[in-house]
Every structure is written in structure tokens, then in C-alpha cells.
Design a protein around this ligand. Sequence first.
Ligand SMILES: [Zn+2]
Length: 211
Amino acid sequence: MLHLNRNQFRTSFSSENLPHWSCTWCAQGTFKVVGDIVSVDCAATLSDLQKYSDLPWEAHSQRFSCRLECGHCKETVFVVGDASIEAQLEEHDGSGGGYYLRLTPTFFEPPLGIVSLPVNCPDKVAHAVIDACRFYWSSPSIAASLLRKSLERLLDAEGVAVAVDKIDGKGKGSRLNLHQRIELFAQTPKCDVDLLKALRLLGNVSSVLRL
Ligand SMILES: [Zn+2]
């Protein structure tokens, strides 16, 4: 299991202190920015500034892009997102102060591997997890839905029934919901039922809330 450094997966960062995200391709290197971080004002914000000239210049919304490269295998990742200019607090000794660029990534392409996958992970489960990583930054609710989808595919891969049989060949077989399928799977010794239930609840919340 990959050690998860939560600081690497916050929603925004100072441009001067970006995390060294772990490379999941070689599992040995970390990603660092190569070249400049390009940021430009959003056109809509510029027109607002012309209309309301008393808006502070710090209110500029910007968009940014940059390129990351793994120091070990040289894999490249492109990053885009939103940016804003923020005031920096002055230290007690009078040092510091000024302004810095705050970056809020929305997409990494290819996506960073937030969740590590075992080599024998079924393809359909892996694809759902990788898609969840892709949407983690831009839409947490979609990411949570995709994690729930990966759970359903895991149960499929483990051969957990999707419906109960007809009784004595009569009546209609009824489809099992995800909770019932997890309870069935819980009867096998290799199941971490608490983790699966947590994933199911996360998916349920994502469908009713815009996270
Ligand atoms: Zn690498």
C-alpha cells in the first residue's frame, strides 16, 4: 500500500512551495516543476476590473499551467488550474510580506496515482480507481462516485451475486443492492467489510451533495 502524504493532496498550494508528488510510474522518483509556471488573468475578471475600478488588484483571478517531471524516470505530467494572488503575512522581525501566487490545480494529465493498485488488480476495478484519481481535483463528487463504481466492479470480480434466485423456480429473482452484496461478501474471510462499507457511504453522499 502506498504511503499517502495528505499534504500532497490539499486543494491549493503556494507556487513557491509545491509538493514533490510521488511518481507512481517508477515508484522511486518525485515530480518537480520544470520551466516556468505560466499564469494569465481571466478575461472576465479583467472586464470586471474595468467596470469597477475600485476593485483591489489582488482580486485578479488567474489561470495557470505548468509541467512536472519525475526526477528518476523523466515521466511528464501537465497541470492546469486556477490561481490567485495572495498577500503574505509579515514576520515579527519585519521580514517576509509581499505577495505570492496561490495555485488550485483542477487537472493533472496523466492523473497522479493517489491510490496504489496491486499488480493483480482486475482491469475494470483499476480503470474506475484511475478515473477517480483523475477527477479528485476538479470534481470530488464524481471521484467519490467512481470509487463506488470500483467497489461494484470488485464485487463482480470476486463473483458476488448480483441477484437472488427465484424460489423453487417461481416468482422473479430480485436484484441485490450494494449493501446486500457487501454483506454477502463479508461472509468470506478475506473481506475488509468496514472499508467497503465506508466506500459505499462515500458514494451515497456524493450522489446527493455537490462536494
Ligand atoms: Zn518516475
